[in-house]
Design a protein around this ligand. Structure first.
Ligand code: URA
Length: 443
């Protein structure tokens, strides 16, 4: 028998928790016998004191066993199940391109994602900005989607990793996100419970990542991949740059629009490139092929698939299956986005070349504009954010936009504008600032 406050006290004082204590806390949190205030205190103690590998594994197992695990055995020898998960960032939207690309390559993608977390956006909030799109469904419905469509954008539910559903929402608003143990258990509980054959992990480093230091991001990547491999999944991880937002837009609906553009042959090159590389890596891993040559080979195939238009058809088919209207996805008819926010430029105060972007601030600005949650019950405005972002290495003249802000005019946005202004560092005109490399290392 355990007492919640004694378990919290032990971790608060840097003690090591047993598997039984961790199981007790997670089970109690899910069944409601342990309230949010006690779980918040434990999460903060874990954040401050850390969990070692054994405690992290116990937390992961407790979270997986809080719900059902998908079972694909009836498809054995006929279907291969793969997925991608990112540790999160600003403008980080590749899931919307990767799922249909992988299905077009003949793979099945049970993709369970999360909502916005801390200063980062979440796939579910992005997708749910599309009118009618639903992601939280019961397990039989999700299984039907997988059976008929080979893919579905899903969420944690009361049946599927309910521990992550509750803890994720709590961490979002209690400053307990940036913990290696908590991130590992959160991501890998969802991924292992999906039972994929192969998985690619996109682990971000830089000013907009939870693990801003490269060494911390690498340690996280190793922990994530090790947990996946221990569960029998072929895992590959990429360390990717979040020192600037991905693409030129951030904010829920604005990111959907950028992905729809990519799927229809346009859109920003960095987001397209990263989506192709991550898809290639997991498609190769699924066939038991690893290393840069294998990724390059699969990349050529992914590029052809993207230009064929098939992934756009698959995205539309999936979105319609999940409640969206086909009309809303076509380029000509995105009027569900237009007119919902006031668009104003964030002008450069001097001539120069973009040298640095404090990317976390851009995520905080979106939150402050109403695009993220300050309390778990907050309803977000999916239309706020920014577009036409000037990237590192690009020149700007005084008075030209650094980005276009999509704001809710009923709010006072002056603090946001100041924060955004302070987030861009300009080098003198003519300075040679190299664009940031997209992928630093594969593990
Ligand atoms: N993505 C998740 O699913 N969980 C985290 O903790 C961070 C990113």
């Amino acid at each position: 028998m355990f007492i919640a406050q004694e378990v919290i006290r032990k971790k608060r004082d840097a003690g090591k928790l047993s598997s039984a204590e961790i199981q007790f806390m997670i089970k109690g949190f899910v069944d409601g016998s342990i309230p949010e205030y006690q779980m918040s205190a434990l999460a903060m103690s874990i954040f401050m004191r850390g969990f070692d590998a054994e405690e992290t594994a116990s937390l992961l197992n407790a979270m997986i066993s809080s719900g059902v695990k998908y079972d694909w055995s009836k498809y054995k020898g006929q279907r291969t199940f793969v997925d991608k998960h990112s540790t999160g960032g600003v403008g980080d939207k590749t899931s919307l391109v990767i799922l249909p690309l992988l299905v077009a390559d003949g793979l099945d993608v049970p993709m369970i994602s999360g909502r916005g977390l801390g200063h980062t956006g979440g796939t579910l909030d992005k997708l749910e900005s599309i009118p009618g799109f639903r992601t939280r469904v019961d397990t039989p419905t999700y299984m039907k989607w997988m059976d008929e469509n080979h893919a579905g954008f899903g969420a944690q539910t009361d049946e599927f990793v309910p521990a992550d559903k509750k803890l994720y929402a709590l961490r979002d608003v209690t400053a307990t996100v940036e913990s290696r143990a908590l991130i590992t258990a959160s991501i890998m509980s969802k991924k292992i419970a999906e039972s994929p054959d192969a998985l690619v992990l996109d682990v971000k480093f830089g000013s907009g990542a939870f693990m801003s230091k490269y060494e911390d991001a690498k340690a996280l990547a190793e922990a994530l991949a090790a947990a996946g491999r221990a569960a029998g999944c072929k895992c590959v991880a990429a360390l990717t740059n979040m020192d600037e937002p991905l693409g030129r837009s951030a904010g829920n609906a604005l990111e959907v629009e950028e992905c729809l553009d990519i799927l229809q042959g346009a859109g920003p090159s960095d987001t397209k490139e990263l989506s192709l590389r991550l898809s290639a890596a997991v498609a190769a891993a699924a066939r038991g092929e690893f290393g840069l040559d294998a990724i390059d080979k699969a990349y050529a195939r992914m590029k052809n698939l993207l230009s064929s238009g098939k992934p756009f058809e698959i995205f539309c088919r999936t979105a319609v299956m999940q409640g969206a209207r086909l009309d809303d996805l076509e380029r000509k008819s995105r009027n569900w986005i237009d007119g919902n926010a006031k668009i104003v430029p964030l002008v450069a105060l001097a001539d120069g070349v973009v040298e640095q972007i404090q990317t976390r601030n851009l995520g905080i600005a979106i939150l402050e504009m109403g695009g993220g949650r300050k309390r778990t019950e907050d309803v977000i405005n999916p239309f706020v954010g920014f577009t036409q972002l000037r990237k590192v290495g690009e020149s700007v003249r005084k008075g030209e936009p650094l980005c276009m802000m999509h704001i809710d005019p009923s709010r006072d946005n002056s603090a946001v504008e100041k924060l955004l202004q302070e987030s861009f560092t300009l080098a003198p005109t003519g300075s040679k600032i190299e664009p940031l490399p997209l992928i630093k290392e594969w593990l």
